[in-house]
Design a protein around this ligand. Structure first.
Ligand SMILES: [Fe+2]
Length: 431
């Protein structure tokens, strides 16, 4: 199948354009939804002043709203719907068939149901897959003939003629509640991020109730938290990250280190849930407005092929991203400062400290440090390496880094990642 990220012009010109750091000074758009966080977002009774329910309901003129969710998160639908039904007389249709990685078939099925019901407000309740399914279905609801696989960042999506989008996350990691990106998967194993010319997929509202994340299983807490950390580090390091995005990313990095181990150990402890929900949302902002790094290109490729949790995969590649980007930028030193691990005499030692700190967190929350740890067999990996090397550079996340990697460098990186060895940056290949 052909995807937008395979187009010759985008591959040859798109990368260098976004890799040019000076371009971030030409124009600095900054997109975020209207964000409400807290424990009382879904009150059945109106208060003295308008609240989130009133503001969101104002956008639902037809009184018809559609919920996109999955078989787990559908349990939260009554809590979300209740106040809108009781206080504003809005009627809901619930579609609870979202699947992990948002396969295109389920996106199309969801869009069909949306067309039958005709809502002007869409609620996405769940993790990244539910929110991304909702975004894709929203596009096909507004434009039934759109081809998601070829929608490049040069094409306006022209959304919001029929409906607006409200994101209600139930995990803390993908940041999809604030990003203009939908990652959809296709039958040939490709997972493709798409968002159009402007990040039109940025939801109109993000409603963050931490109680919806209570009780997440430890491994899901770890994986989604790993995704949040990868977004924050990517969003801080990439060339397009300006000061506004960097400030948000740095705070999110610090929060993940502080709160993820506690959220992992006790899924019922509310304060770590509150903090991780905030950190994941904050990390999504630079991801949307500055871009993601090679961690995501490499992680998407392996995760799509072996169906390993996205967050576990992208965090696994962060130490390699840090090593590679350190050739072009010393921004990693600021992350060391925030974490209190900068070596005053040696930048190289600071980088080692940072990688050790990240891998220490991975070990603490039981995330794999190598592809071997992640359960991929050596022979299977060797057999797929050619496909992996073909596919990784076509991932859109590849364009946001500081420079392109050669096929030989990529091969070395993947082989090191298989065993968890760091790159030898003094070798001929990387100098
Ligand atoms: Fe991610």
């Amino acid at each position: 199948m052909s995807y937008w990220s395979h187009e010759y012009l985008l591959r040859t010109w798109g990368g260098p354009m976004v890799q040019a750091e000076f371009l971030k000074e030409v124009q600095k758009p900054f997109f975020v939804p209207r964000i409400f966080s807290g424990l009382n977002l879904f009150l059945d009774k109106a208060g003295l002043l308008p609240d989130a329910v009133d503001l969101v309901a104002k956008e639902c003129k037809t009184k018809r709203a559609f919920i996109v969710t999955d078989e787990y998160a559908v349990r939260y639908a009554p809590k979300v719907m209740g106040p809108y039904e009781k206080r504003h007389g809005i009627k809901f249709e619930v579609w609870a068939k979202a699947k992990p990685d948002a396969p295109i078939d389920t996106v199309k099925d969801c869009a069909r149901m949306m067309r039958q019901f005709g809502p002007d407000l869409i609620f996405a309740i769940g993790g990244g897959s539910s929110m991304d399914t909702a975004k894709g279905a929203w596009l096909l609801y507004e434009h039934p003939d759109a081809d998601i696989e070829i929608l490049s960042p040069l094409v306006p999506l022209n959304l919001r003629n029929k409906a607006k989008l409200v994101a209600v996350p139930t995990t803390s990691g993908t940041g999809s509640e604030v990003t203009g990106i939908a990652v959809i998967s296709f039958p040939d194993g490709v997972k493709l991020g798409t968002g159009g010319a402007l990040p039109e997929f940025v939801p109109d509202f993000a409603l963050l109730d931490p109680t919806l994340t209570v009780g997440m299983p430890p491994q899901l807490t770890a994986g989604t938290g790993g995704d949040a950390l990868a977004h924050a580090i990517d969003g801080f390091l990439v060339p397009r990250a300006d000061e506004l995005n960097q400030a948000i990313a740095l705070k999110a990095i610090r929060m993940v280190f502080e709160w993820l181990p506690r959220a992992y150990k006790d899924g019922t402890d509310l304060m770590p849930r509150i903090k991780m929900q905030q950190a994941a949302m904050m990390a999504g902002i630079p991801l949307c407005n500055a871009g993601s790094g090679i961690s995501h290109a490499l992680g998407h490729t392996i995760g799509g092929l072996y169906h390993i949790h996205h967050g576990a995969m992208v965090l696994l590649f962060i130490p390699y991203e840090l090593q590679v980007y350190a050739k072009a930028t010393d921004r990693y030193l600021e992350i060391c400062d925030v974490l209190g691990i900068r070596d005053s005499g040696s930048a190289a030692q600071s980088l080692s400290n940072l990688i050790a700190k990240i891998r220490g967190l991975m070990a603490e929350v039981n995330l794999p440090v190598s592809l071997q740890d992640a359960g991929i067999s050596r022979s299977d990996f060797a057999g797929n390496l050619g496909t992996i090397l073909d596919q990784a550079p076509t991932d859109p996340a590849f364009y946001f880094g500081w420079f392109d990697l050669t096929r030989e460098q990529l091969e070395d990186l993947f082989m090191c990642a298989y065993e968890g060895r760091l790159l030898d940056m003094n070798s001929e290949l990387w100098r």
